[in-house]
Each structure stands twice: as structure tokens, then as C-alpha cells.
Design a protein around this ligand. Structure first.
Ligand code: FES
Ligand SMILES: [Fe+2]
Length: 393
């Protein structure tokens, strides 16, 4: 898994998914120049700091005096204790070890052991400096700080060095705030890396095996689709009016309208799956936050609109717990299959070298975009293309 290039027995180079490099802030290339979800808005209070790990780097989040989210490197400048184990007060952060206090910009604003004057009583300045001590607290430096954005009920952190170089804006949650739609979130820890997860969320063939009876049953039918790769997205449009989902999917379509289904990937870590019957349906938006090579948090927003007469949101609020229970069962089936994939992947060399068929074209496109970004994302990147495919489910 370490190298992205393996050699096949024929001597031909084989491209592999390098999950370790993808999840390493210093080796992930342009994959860091995006906004990643750190938490849901209500999870970050003014009462205590929150620990998060993104691209292998530990962050501490807290709210400043105005309530704006702040993200700092979760390592005290003094003796490197994790600041997320400390406390917040007046929009500042106190280290749990010796109580150094940081403001929202990451500056040290108080060193308790220096007393009220904060100047220390330097008895022999020359000796202090020779021993590597900092004489003035203002010269202690400051913690690395990351830009944050709060939007659509989520808190995003920009992991790149310069926010002006962000390659995209934080993703908008579909139908967030729309009067006729209900939106709820599910937050799930998945034992796998971003590439494998976004592939899973875009993947139709697995549904008849992993979610049999719950979501879609095997029907041995032919599914034609168009795969359009352009501008950092992969859009799959399924051209089959008779397609149907089982389980809860039925309540969206009592009058038997044709189903309109698209799967859409957006670089580097986002999928949006739409199932629509006329004006009604549901949209599953998944944003994957890489913690480590095979460890991720997935923020799933389910937006839905039911085909009933009452104002959409009234019915939505009533139905949400039932739909949430159902979608949780389906997600847990994916968590389990991702664990099973991980076990195979990590067992010995060669993990991350995948064989693909026509049914995997969209996955090959996702891998092409992510590989290009991991390698720095310079130049035009994968070319825009639109192709027809057929597979069976
Ligand atoms: S390690 Fe943080 S104050 Fe000492
Ligand atoms: Fe699934």
C-alpha cells in the first residue's frame, strides 16, 4: 500500500490506491487544499474544547468570544500536552498540564507560573537565554491555526496552508433550509479510507448483496447508465425507469412514478445520491473526513420530501425518526462491508491494487481524480469525458 506504483507479473506498472499517502497531511498533495467537516455545529459548545483528527493531524476546536469556531493544532507549545483535554473560558483555551492560556489566534496570552506581571523575574538573563529559555512570554510563538467555516449545520476546517488557494467552497447540504424538505444528519465512524468509502457510496452493484431486502433486491436486470467525468465531478445517470428500491423507498412513491436516480461525486471526498419520483424523493449527501489511512468520519445528510398533502416539514418531522432508524440500519451494513474490505486490503503486500470491469468505470474516474490531486493536482488533470456503460443488478 505504500507505493502507488506496483509492477504486475508482466512488468507493466499497475496503479494502486495509496491510502496511507492520501490520509497524511504532508504526503496528500492537493488533497489538503479542501474544506473538511470537523463536526456538527451543536457538537461545538462554549463549554469545552473538542478533539478531532483530520489527515492524521490532531486539532482542538473551540468557540471564541463571539462564538466563532476556532481550530488550532492540538499540542501545547510548552510540553506538548493535548490542549483538547483542557478547558475553555471567555473564548480562550487553557492547557490541562500547567495552565498556559491561548487565544483564538493561537497566541499564548497567559503563563500562570510567571505570576501576575507575566514578565518573570529574570535573575540572570544571559544564563536563561543560554539554556534555551524564552524570556518574554510574547516571544513564545503561536500555535498553528486552521481556517474554519460554519455552514448548513456543519463546521468545516480548511487543512491547506493558504485559504485563498482553496480549490472549492465548503459543500452546500442539499435542500438545507428549504421549507418543503426535511434534513437530518448521521455521523458514522467507518473503518476505511476516503477513496474506498466514496466508491461504496456511489456503488449500485453492491446494494443487491450488502443491502439485500433492506434496500434493493437482486433482479438480474440490465442497467444502462451514462458516466460523465468533468470539472472534478463524476456524474452517473441511470437510464432505467423500471428501477425501484425496496424497503422504506416505497413510501416515497405510492403512485408508481418512474424513478430518477443519479450518483454524483465531487472531489475530493463528497458524494450526492438522488432518488426522485416527480417532486418527491430523498437525497443522500456524504462528506468523508479522513482521520487515518483506514479510519474516517462520515457526515451523512439525508434530505427528503414525502408525497403527502400536509406541509412537507410537518410530515417530515413525524417521519424523520422512522426514516433515520431505517437509514442507520443500511449504513451499518456498509460499515460492516467496509471493515471486511479493510481486512483484506491490509493483509500483506498488494493491498490497494484493484481489478476493474466496465461496471467500475465511475470508480476508476474517482481514483483518477484523487490520484491526480494526491500527486499535487498540477496541470489540467483527468480530461472531461462522457461514456455509456451497462451493468447488471
Ligand atoms: S504542557 Fe501545556 S502548559 Fe505545560
Ligand atoms: Fe451501501
Amino acid at each position: 500500500m505504500r507505493n502507488s506504483l506496483h509492477l504486475a507479473p508482466s512488468g507493466e506498472p499497475v496503479l494502486a490506491v495509496d491510502l496511507e499517502a492520501e490520509a497524511d497531511l504532508n504526503r496528500c498533495g492537493a488533497l489538503r487544499d479542501y474544506w473538511y467537516v470537523a463536526c456538527r455545529s451543536p457538537e461545538l459548545t462554549t463549554k469545552k474544547p473538542l478533539a478531532r483528527t483530520i489527515l492524521g493531524l490532531n486539532l482542538v476546536l473551540f468557540r471564541d468570544e463571539q462564538g466563532k469556531p476556532t481550530a488550532l493544532r492540538d499540542r501545547c507549545l510548552h510540553r506538548n500536552a493535548r490542549l483538547s483535554a483542557g478547558a475553555t473560558f471567555d473564548g480562550k483555551l487553557g492547557c490541562p498540564y500547567h495552565g498556559w492560556v491561548y487565544d483564538a489566534a493561537g497566541n499564548v496570552v497567559e503563563v500562570p507560573s510567571l505570576g501576575p506581571s507575566q514578565r518573570g523575574e529574570v535573575l540572570d538573563e544571559r544564563v536563561h537565554v543560554r539554556s534555551g529559555l524564552t524570556v518574554e512570554p510574547c516571544e513564545l510563538g503561536r500555535l498553528q491555526r486552521f481556517e474554519t467555516r460554519e455552514q448548513d449545520g456543519l463546521i468545516y476546517v480548511f487543512m491547506g496552508e493558504d485559504v485563498w488557494k482553496a480549490r472549492a467552497e465548503p459543500f452546500r447540504v442539499p435542500y438545507w433550509g428549504h421549507p418543503d424538505w426535511t434534513v437530518y444528519f448521521m455521523v458514522t465512524r467507518f473503518p476505511n479510507g476516503v477513496t474506498n468509502l466514496v466508491e461504496n457510496f456511489m456503488d449500485v452493484p453492491h446494494t443487491v448483496f450488502v443491502h439485500s431486502k433492506w434496500f434493493r433486491n437482486r433482479a438480474r436486470k440490465r442497467v444502462p447508465a451514462t458516466v460523465k467525468r468533468s470539472g472534478g465531478s463524476v456524474l452517473v445517470t441511470y437510464k432505467q425507469d423500471q428501477d425501484a428500491v425496496s424497503g422504506m423507498g416505497r413510501i416515497f412513491n405510492p403512485s408508481g412514478l418512474p424513478m430518477f436516480h443519479t450518483d454524483h461525486y465531487f472531489v475530493p471526498n463528497i458524494t450526492r445520491v438522488d432518488y426522485m419520483w416527480g417532486e418527491h424523493g430523498f437525497v443522500i449527501n456524504s462528506q468523508v473526513t479522513p482521520v487515518g489511512p483506514t479510519d474516517s468520519w462520515v457526515y451523512t445528510a439525508i434530505s427528503f420530501r414525502l408525497p403527502f398533502e400536509l406541509p412537507g416539514r410537518v410530515v417530515g418531522r413525524f417521519m424523520a425518526p422512522i426514516i433515520k432508524w431505517y437509514t442507520t440500519q443500511v449504513i451499518l451494513q456498509d460499515v460492516e462491508i467496509m471493515r471486511v474490505q479493510r481486512e483484506g486490503l491490509l493483509n500483506g503486500p498488494g493491498g490497494g491494487v484493484f481489478k476493474s470491469t466496465e461496471a467500475d468505470l465511475l470508480h476508476a474516474d474517482i481514483e483518477a481524480y484523487r490520484r491526480w490531486l494526491r500527486e499535487g493536482g498540477q496541470g489540467p488533470g483527468p480530461t472531461d469525458e462522457e461514456r455509456d456503460i451497462v451493468f447488471w443488478i
